[in-house]
Design a protein around this ligand. Sequence first.
Ligand code: HEM
Length: 413
Amino acid sequence: MTATEQQLTEPLMGPAEALSELFTPAGKHNPHPLYDALWELGPVIPLGPSGTLVLGYDEICTALRDPRFLVTDAEVHTATGMIDHSSWQCFTKIMMFSNSPDHERMRRFSRWAYSPGQVAERRHLAVKAAERWTARLADLEDGGPLDLVEAFATRVPISVTGEMLGIPEADRMALRTAITAATTAFEPIFDRDELLPADAGMDLLVDYLDDLVRERRRQPGDDVVSVMVRDRDATGALSEEELVAGLVMFLIAGVQSPSDLIGTMVRLALRHPAEGRGMTTDDDLVSAFVTETLRYDPPNHVLTRAAGTDVDFYGHRVAAGSRALLVLAAANRDPRRFTDPATFDITRRDNRPLSFGLGPHYCLGAAFARMQAETAVPVLLRRFPRMALAGLPTYRDQLVTRGFARMDVTLTP
Ligand code: HEM
């Protein structure tokens, strides 16, 4: 760890300051010291009438399993007026932002696409993508640093998901940019204009997938879009808008967080070279490395729930309609659950971070995401054993969907 990073990981301030800092650009860039400071207020922190911040591992498990805590669905977003934005018009038609019974209907419809069999079948796509983009890095490298996020971490998942959905290569990078833009809608916003980039990204994704659905209806193939169109038309289980929104979701979820996971893994492999080298030879070690990366700095730091009714939660009253912000990244470092939580340690036993959520909305793509990271990172590290950072990586200005904006590396120092 460099001296600068060391300074950045030490608690810097008291809890009140930490709270006001959390969603500022500086706070989003470096939130862990803020979570440490907030822990002084306990695992559940009332924020006034509008919400409650939850940091504790057990407390978040309870909230995610409690049916009184709902995901923020169309009703919630209609009340706040967010539904007027195209980003939330689409997001409120997917399972992640739907409650019972729509949630179960949508989850049942698309479960097959995330099954272990499907994941196993896609492994060769991940190998092919990792080898292809690794080979291209070797071509690009001319001694100078290159941005590994742009040249590898973002490329592998869009290649894999692009193949699965039958999206032509030429269209993929424009979609890739739109995907990241759309995910900015998940951040807390203070001014509606902050949603405009997310809306623009979402408009592009919806238009694109709408066209693709029409095309595959005319001329089906064996890709995920064709199968989903066929199933929808045969069963009527989803509306046409829900079908398109579900595919948008598949694209966003399939690409953004896996890219962020790959970026963070590479960064941690460079910081912990012995473990990084271990990943190139030992499959069990790769799996442990992925789990510990997910714990140490997960791709999604915060989930939101809305209380459907008044809830007495660990001695605090969470009022009906108010929000609970569940800070997965803080729970993953709960000192009551994890020994020495700020240490990256791939030998942890019973390492079960909350990074894929829990309960009815548990991530459907968890195995698919893990498979991509487990496949791609060792291919990269095997090819470039002397890779090194060429400057401190920078994060995107996002906390809910968190990852590196840029990570300059040299491949052969
Ligand atoms: C490292 C990568 C990933 C992380 C960290 C992650 C994280 C999460 C989390 C935390 C949730 C729960 C949301 C909530 O409870 O509100 C979730 C749900 C979901 N994820 Fe992932 N995800 C990842 C990759 C993927 C991939 C690759 C896909 C599919 C292509 C996917 C599809 C989904 C879906 C469909 C849901 C909604 C499930 C439901 O509402 O029932 N995810 N994910």
